[in-house]
Design a protein around this ligand. Structure first.
Ligand code: NAD
Length: 480
C-alpha cells in the first residue's frame, strides 16, 4: 500500500484504490491509500503553520530546496518517465519528456525565488515614497488531471512553493504512482514538515472537501470544464483565489499555400500525440478546399502507419487510452460521428493486441461540420475531424467558432496570413507552422472562453496568482 503524505509523515488509510497499467491490465502497479477528511484537516492545519516558517526562510535555502527537486526529477527522468508511461499509457519517450520538463519547471522557479525585485514609486503627495511587495497567499490547493500527471501538477506546485506558499495536492486517482514518486522527491528536499501534503482520493469526496475548506486561500485546478464549474460553485462561499485550466477543441488551419507534408506531420502529431488526450490536441483540422484532398490522403496514410502498442515497447507511437471508461466514450463518439454523417477514413475501432489493454486505432473523419457534436465537445480521443473551408476568412471564422479557446494553429507560407491569424485567433496560445500541442515553461500558458478561468499559469505570469501585492507608503519626513 502506498500512503498519503500529511504533515511530514506517510500516513495509511483503510481505503485504497488499485492502479493498473492501461497497456496491460494484468500488470498491477499497486494499491494507493485514499485520504480521509480527518487526514485532510490535519494536512491543512500543518500546512498553515509550515507556511509561516517557509515564508520566513531565507531565499537561498528556498532556492536550494526547489533546485534539488528539479535536478532530481531531471536525473531520474528515465525511471520516473517509465512509471508515468506504465500507469498513464503514453509512449515511454513522452513519459520521460514529461518528467524532464517537470524538473525544468522546478529549476526555473528555483531561480524565480531570487527575483525579489518589486516596484517603487513617488507618491502624488510630497515627502512620501511607495513600494510594492508581494506576499504569499497562504495554503494553496493543487488539483491535477491524469493526462499530464507530473507536469500539470508541477507547473502549479513549483511556483506555489517558490512564492512562499504551502501546498495540499490532490492528484487524479487514475495516476497515483506518479504522484507518490514526485512526493517522495519533494519530501526529501528539506522543506518544513507540513509545507507540502499529498492527499489522494476521488474528486467527489476528498477533492470536494479540499476545495470547500475555509482555510484554503487559493485553488489551482487543471481538468474538465464540468469539474471546474463544480469546484468554483463549491468554493465560492469562501472566496478563495481560483485559477482553472480546462478543456478545449483546438483547431489547426491548413491553408492553400501550406507545406503539405509539414502540415500532415503537425496534424498527426497534434491530433494523436498522447493518444489525443492533450488539452492542446488538434482535434479540428480546418483545411482549404484547394489542398483538402491531397492533405487528407496524406494524413490518412500517415495515420495508418502509426504504431499503436504497449506504452513501454520500442517503436510504439500511440499508446492505449487511459481507461475502459475513456475508451467506451471514444467509441461512442465514433458512433455519433457516423450518425452525424462523417466519413470515417481510417481507425476508430478497438484494437486487440498481444497485451490486454485499452487500445484504439487513431481515426480520421472527413466531411464534418463545425456545428456537429464531434466538433463542439472535447472528446479527448485519438480522433481528428476534418472540416473544409473555401477561404482564409472562412477558416479563421470556423477556428474561432467554439466555446473553448486554448490553442489554435495555422499552416501557411504567407507571413501576412500568419500575422493576421496570430492577431485574430481568439485563443490563449497561437501556433504558426507548428502542432497545436507543445509549449515552453518560461512563458504564460492558458486559454480563453470555457478553456480558462483566472490568471495565467507558468513563467513570471504565475506570480499574479500565487502572491498578493502589498503597497507600502513611507513618509520620508520633512527635508532637514
Ligand atoms: P477531471 O475534471 O475529471 O479531473 C481533474 C481533477 O479534478 C482530478 O484530480 C479529479 O479527481 C478532480 N475532481 C473531480 N471532481 C472534483 C470535485 N468535485 N472537487 C474537487 N476536485 C475534483 O479531468 P481529467 O479527466 O482528470 O483530465 C482531463 C481534462 O483535463 C480534459 O478536459 C483536459 O482538457 C483538461 N486538461 C487541461 C489542461 C490545460 O492546461 N488547459 C491540461 C491538461 C488537461
Amino acid at each position: 500500500m502506498h500512503n498519503n503524505y500529511i504533515a511530514g509523515e506517510w500516513v495509511a488509510s483503510k481505503d485504497a484504490v488499485e492502479n493498473r497499467n492501461p497497456s496491460d491490465i494484468t500488470d498491477l502497479i499497486g494499491h494507493y491509500a485514499q485520504a480521509t477528511t480527518a487526514q485532510l484537516d490535519t494536512a491543512i492545519d500543518a500546512a498553515a503553520s509550515a507556511q509561516k516558517i517557509w515564508q520566513a526562510t531565507g531565499l537561498e535555502a528556498r532556492q536550494t530546496a526547489l533546485m534539488k527537486i528539479g535536478n532530481t526529477l531531471i536525473e531520474r527522468a528515465d525511471e520516473l518517465g517509465e512509471l508515468l508511461s506504465r500507469e498513464e499509457g503514453k509512449p515511454r519517450g513522452e513519459g520521460r519528456g514529461e518528467v524532464y520538463r517537470a524538473g525544468q519547471f522546478f529549476t526555473y522557479y528555483a531561480a524565480e525565488v531570487l527575483r525579489q525585485i518589486g516596484d517603487n514609486a513617488d507618491s502624488v503627495r510630497a515627502g512620501i515614497e511607495i513600494d510594492v511587495r508581494r506576499d504569499p497567499v497562504g495554503v494553496v490547493a493543487v488539483i491535477s488531471p491524469w493526462n499530464f500527471p507530473t507536469a500539470t501538477a508541477v507547473w502549479k506546485i513549483a511556483p506555489a512553493l517558490a512564492f512562499g506558499n504551502a501546498v495540499i495536492w490532490k492528484p487524479a486517482n487514475l495516476v497515483p504512482a506518479s504522484a507518490v514518486a514526485l512526493t517522495e522527491i519533494i519530501a526529501d528536499a528539506g522543506l518544513p514538515a507540513g509545507l507540502f501534503n499529498l492527499v489522494m482520493g476521488a474528486g467527489s469526496t476528498i477533492g470536494d472537501a479540499l476545495v470547500s475548506h475555509p482555510a484554503i486561500k487559493a485553488i489551482t485546478f487543471t481538468g474538465s470544464v464540468e469539474t471546474g464549474r463544480r469546484i468554483a460553485a463549491a468554493a465560492i462561499g469562501n472566496m478563495p483565489r481560483m485559477q482553472m485550466e480546462m478543456g478545449s477543441k483546438n483547431a489547426l488551419v491548413v491553408m492553400d499555400d501550406a507545406d503539405i507534408d509539414l502540415a500532415v506531420a503537425c496534424a498527426a502529431n497534434g491530433a494523436f500525440g498522447g493518444t489525443g488526450q492533450k488539452c492542446t490536441a488538434s482535434s479540428r483540422l480546418i483545411v482549404h478546399d484547394a489542398v483538402h484532398d491531397e492533405f487528407v490522403e496524406k494524413l490518412v496514410a500517415a495515420t495508418k502507419a502509426m504504431a499503436v502498442g504497449h506504452a513501454l515497447e520500442e517503436g510504439t507511437q500511440i499508446g492505449p487510452v487511459v481507461s475502459e471508461g475513456q475508451l467506451a466514450a471514444n467509441l461512442d463518439y465514433m458512433d455519433i460521428a457516423r450518425k452525424e454523417g462523417g466519413e470515417v477514413l481510417c481507425g476508430g475501432d478497438r484494437l486487440t493486441l498481444a497485451h490486454e489493454g485499452y487500445y484504439m486505432a487513431p481515426a480520421v473523419i472527413a466531411g464534418t461540420g463545425n456545428g456537429w457534436r464531434i466538433n463542439r465537445e472535447e472528446m479527448f480521443a485519438p480522433i481528428a475531424c476534418v472540416i473544409r473551408a473555401g477561404s482564409y476568412d472562412e477558416a479563421l471564422a470556423i477556428s474561432n467558432d467554439t466555446d473553448f479557446g486554448l490553442t489554435a494553429g495555422i499552416m501557411t507560407r504567407s507571413l501576412a496570413r500568419a500575422g493576421d491569424f496570430r492577431r485574430r485567433a481568439e485563443t490563449g496560445v497561437v501556433m504558426v507552422n507548428l502542432p497545436t500541442a507543445g509549449t515552453d515553461y518560461h512563458v504564460p500558458f492558458g486559454g480563453r472562453g470555457d478553456s480558462s478561468y483566472g490568471p495565467r499559469e507558468q513563467g513570471q505570469y504565475a506570480v499574479e496568482f500565487f502572491t498578493s501585492a502589498k503597497t507600502a507608503y513611507i513618509s520620508t519626513g520633512p527635508a532637514s
